[in-house]
Write a protein that binds this ligand. Structure first.
Ligand code: PA5
Ligand code: NI
Length: 195
């Protein structure tokens, strides 16, 4: 069967796209070890395992030439003073980029390279963030409502979650004095053991 063009709609004021093939819901329990304040994480989890973020994805062959695309929705909330966020990842094929278009809500895209460069970009409706090749990325919801984004990246990129699970991101986005603030991650580790 030939591969025909297709079209779909993304609601600008929230909700699921009119077409998707895969829906993933990531719960708080799946984020074990990712938040800096582990006591706050355990206390929140004890109240119930809430959904932190969801992804609606169009399925495409994961080969060079194809583009994976979909909608990610990070729900509002905090673990201690750290805002709800995605796990974050490098692309397994490190030299692949990604484009984010913010549809709804407010937040930050936290980025870093294996060499130690970092960047925090603001996400507001209508805003585009370009993630160059080699930059790990994590979406953080700093608002009171859902943070919804359209993303597009090369279908052969793959995901390396392990590096971030082991070492975290160098920077955290936390609430300080009622406002989002970027701070050093006290638990960041580059894998070197301390003596
Ligand atoms: O492709 C992306 O980078 C996004 O669609 C993310 O996969 C999405 O935001 C979910 O984050 P993560 O894959 O880090 O769990
Ligand atoms: Ni990505």
């Amino acid at each position: 069967m030939p591969d025909y063009p297709f079209a779909f709609n993304v609601p600008l004021l929230g909700g699921r796209p009119t077409r998707y093939d895969v829906h993933t819901a990531r719960t708080l329990s799946a984020m074990n070890g990712q938040y800096a304040d582990q006591a706050a994480y355990a206390a929140l989890l004890a109240q119930g395992d809430v959904v932190v973020y969801e992804v609606y994805e169009i399925k495409r062959p994961e080969v060079v030439g194809e583009l994976l695309h979909g909608i990610s929705i990070v729900h509002p909330g905090r673990v201690g003073d750290e805002y709800f966020m995605t796990k974050g990842h490098f692309h397994a094929e490190l030299a692949t980029a990604e484009v984010y278009y913010c549809l709804q809500g407010s937040g930050r895209l936290v980025l870093e390279t294996p060499e130690g460069d970092w960047s925090v970009q603001e996400l507001r409706p209508g805003g585009v963030v370009y993630v160059p090749p080699r930059w790990a990325h994590r979406s953080v919801n700093t608002g009171d409502g859902d943070l919804a984004m359209l993303y597009v990246y090369p279908a052969h990129a793959g995901h390396d979650y392990g590096t971030i699970e082991r070492q975290g991101f160098r920077k955290l986005v936390v609430e300080r004095g009622g406002r989002p603030s970027v701070v050093d991650n006290p638990r960041w580790s580059n894998g070197n053991s301390e003596t």
